[in-house]
Each structure stands twice: as C-alpha cells, then as structure tokens.
Design a protein around this ligand. Structure first.
Ligand SMILES: *Cc1c(COP(=O)(O)O)cnc(C)c1O
Length: 446
C-alpha cells in the first residue's frame, strides 16, 4: 500500500455556507480569485500541487546549489536518462519554459504544427513563434460516453491530409501529448506512438512528445493494450519515449515536484541551440531556473512516478472519484482519464443556456455547496469554440484521502438534486486577451 502520510499535517476548515457565499461573491464568481484557505477540497489543478515523499525531502536537504555543474543537476540528468532514456537535458523553470526553448528552436513563421490536441500553453507557444497549431484528435475523442480505451490518440490521417494541403516542408514537428490533457486526460496507445513515429519520418518532421504525464500514460498501456500486461509500467514508460526525437516535460505533473521542467533532446545540434536559448530565458544550462533542491527533488520524483505502487494508487484514486460520481448519477466523461474527472455541466444543468456558462455555474455551486474548487473548461475558458461545457476535478498527487472523495461526490450530488435552482452567470469584466479569460474575469449571477 502506498501511504500518504508524511511528517506534516495541515488542517483545513470548511467555512460556513454564509461565509462561502460571501467569499464567492467577493471573488467575482471566479474560483481563481479564492484564497486557498477558503477552499475545503482543492481540485483546481494537479499541476505542482502534489505532496512530496520523505525521500524527496531528504534529497532536498543534501542538494548542491552551485551555479554551474551542480551535483543535483547531475542527479537529475541521470534520473532522466534512466527513467526516460534521454541523455541530453536542458533544465527549465517549468513546462512552458521548456516549450518556449524547444518551439523557439523548431518553429518558423508560417509553419503548421499538428498535435493530438494542443494544451493551452503549447498552443500559445506554437502561435508565439509564428506557427499555426492544428488539433488532430481521433474521432470519438469528443464523445463523452464511448468506452474506447485510447481516446487520447492522434488521428494520423488528419495529419497526412494537412501535409497534402500545406506541404510537408511546412510541418517542422509533430507533437503527441501523453496523456492528452485537453481531451480529458485520455491515454495514447503504444501503437499510436509508433504510427506517429512513422508519420514523422514520412514528413521529415521532428517527433516531439509532451511527456508531462508519461508515467500515467504507461499504466493505461499496461492495463489496456494487448501485449503489455506482463511488462512493468517503468519499462513501458521508457519504451513510449524511445520513439520520440525530443520531449518537453513539466516536473509539476509526473515529476512529482512543485516546480520545474526540462527539454530532452537526442540531436546534438538541436541540443546546442536549445541550451543557448535556455540561457537567455531560463538560466544557465545546469539549473534552468530551478534551485539545486528543486532538481534533487525531481530526480527522486521521476523514479517514484514510474513505480507500480504509486501509479496504481494514483490512477486508482482518480477512477474511484469517477465511480463515486457515477454511482450518484453525476454525468461524467468516460472512461475516466489519468489526472482528473470531468463533469458534463451541459447535462448536469440542462436549463442553463450555453451563453450563461453552465460549467462556470456548476463550479460556483460546488464551492457554495461543499467548499470544493474545480475549474471550468468549456465555453467560459474557451470563448467562441463549440467545446462541451466540462468541469474538471483534478486530483493533486498523494494528497487527499477517501473521505475527501466522498465529500466531493456528496457535494456534486447535492448540487444536482437542487439543479433547477442553479442560475447562470454573465461576465462583468474580462481581460483584453480573451484566451486568458477564465483566470481573471469577474462574473455575476444572471
Ligand atoms: C502543464 C502542462 C504544460 C505546461 O507546464 P507548466 O509546468 O504548467 O508550465 C504543458 N503541456 C501539458 C500537457 C501540460 O499538462
């Protein structure tokens, strides 16, 4: 059994209903504006919010804070080589720093970049470098109910058609995001990774894997893909990445740390260019914006992330939350993915019209009802798209207990029971950049 106990405990208090109502109003009905101490169960994100192990804390105590050639960087390099199979590492402050470094080297103005689905920061970095980010999810990815085991896959035919359209010379890179964060954390199969390798060769493009949740993806392959049941998740994790030319990583996910990231490269030329760009934006090439202790913790975290004991507990917990919600007839995206459960607010609150943000209304109700913080990833976060109005409940790693899951499920169920009373919302003020609206807009009930 994996034990979540550490040498530390912190108490969380559930505020009274009146207090929660007051906090919600002063937050402008946007839960990004809530103080964390006003939240009872915080499922806003799984990014950098997890709990580190005793072994990670111990490694931090012994970290080397040298500017150049830090021993902690060497430990991180070794861990990345052993766990992920990349010998050339450019450290960065977090995942988007890695994206800035890599995509700044790979993409030129006018390029087109396909991805099984761009995560927000990936899309922004492709666009920032003058590229056109194109999503090619498999058919059925948008189907909330199909039980297809690998709804995160890339539609390789979609990429071929794109190449016919724009010419393969316009496609410098093909990106595969594992698991597919923007498609409900759905996994990508090994077969699809191999097909993407062949496709990249065909197009003479660099094959990039966004490896943020590479360990979680490996467990899904072990559980669901023919021929992998007898292999360890650690082996599968490595095999997945062996097909890629380069990887971008956010340590805040499967690095099991609170901050950090890196690029892994094979090509010596690209490595040199990436290092130079990283010095400009991130820091010298043996720390890249991380403290020595951050690197020491990630070196340990990467090894822990591929252990069977950890992964089974992690994926099992997310699945357990999904099951508890389903038992109470809360409509969710199935199958449940790796890091979060997604509630379909369109079905949960059918009387709230799309223009009144049913997803955001549900997010506010979950807080009002039980102090639970989730995040809207539908028409409010992504204006002018036809995305379903999903609410994501992301589980921090190694942080919550079964009782918390029960509380979340009870809360959602209570909201649904009085669903017809729930009112929609309208935007009162929003930032200039619409793409960043959900972080800082203010709303009010209609
Ligand atoms: C989180 C994430 C990133 C960006 O990483 P940060 O550490 O948040 O900057 C990139 N890609 C995916 C798939 C992610 O989940």
């Amino acid at each position: 059994m994996f034990s979540y106990t550490s040498a530390m405990a912190s108490s969380t208090e559930l505020l009274s209903r009146d207090e929660r109502e007051e906090r919600l109003e002063s937050a402008g009905y946007n839960v990004f504006n809530l103080a964390s101490e006003d939240v009872f169960v915080d499922l806003l994100t799984d990014s950098g919010t997890g709990t580190m192990s005793d072994t990670q804390w111990a490694a931090m105590m012994e970290a080397d804070e040298a500017y150049a050639g830090s021993e902690s960087f060497l430990a991180l390099e070794t861990a990345i080589a052993e766990v992920m199979g990349f010998d050339r590492v450019v450290p960065t402050h977090q995942g988007r720093g890695a994206e800035n470094v890599l995509y700044g080297c790979l993409i030129e103005v006018g390029d087109v970049v396909p991805n099984n689905t761009h995560f927000d920061t990936t899309r922004a970095h492709v666009a920032e470098n003058g590229g056109d980010p194109v999503d090619c999810p498999v058919e059925g990815a948008g189907d909330l109910d199909s039980e297809d085991p690998f709804k995160g896959n890339l539609d390789t035919e979609c990429v071929r058609e794109l190449a016919d359209d724009v010419g393969p010379e316009s496609i410098p890179a093909v990106i595969l995001t594992i698991t597919n964060n923007s498609v409900a954390g759905q996994p990508v199969s090994m077969a699809n990774i191999e097909e993407t390798r062949d496709l990249a060769d065909e197009l003479d493009a660099t094959f990039v894997i966004d490896a943020c949740r590479f360990a979680e993806n490996a467990l899904f392959i072990r559980e669901r893909e023919d021929g992998y049941a007898e292999r360890s998740s650690a082996e599968i994790a490595r095999e997945q990445l062996s097909h890629a030319d380069t990887i971008v990583m956010s340590g805040k996910k499967d690095g099991l740390v609170n901050v950090g990231g890196f690029v892994g490269v094979r090509d010596p030329d690209l490595f040199e260019r990436a290092k130079q760009r990283a010095i400009l934006y991130e820091g010298f090439s043996t720390y890249g914006g991380m403290a020595g202790r951050d690197m020491a913790a990630m070196a340990v975290g990467l090894r822990e992330a591929v252990s069977e004991e950890y992964l089974t507990a992690r994926i099992g917990q997310v699945r357990a939350l999904g099951e508890r919600l389903r038992e109470r007839n809360v409509p969710i995206y199935t199958p449940v993915g790796g890091h979060a459960v997604y509630i379909d607010a369109g079905r949960a609150l059918p009387h709230v019209p799309d223009e009144e943000f049913p997803g955001q209304a549900l997010v506010c109700e979950l807080y009002r009802e039980g102090g639970v913080r989730g995040v809207e990833l539908g028409g409010f976060a992504f204006p002018n798209t036809d995305r379903p109005n999903l609410v994501r409940l992301a589980l921090p790693r190694r942080t919550y207990h079964d009782e918390h899951l029960d509380h979340v499920a009870e809360t959602a169920s209570a909201v649904l029971e009085r669903g017809e009373e729930v009112r929609g919302l309208e935007v009162v003020s929003e930032p200039e950049n619409e793409a960043l609206r959900h972080f800082s807009a203010r709303l009010k009930p209609v």
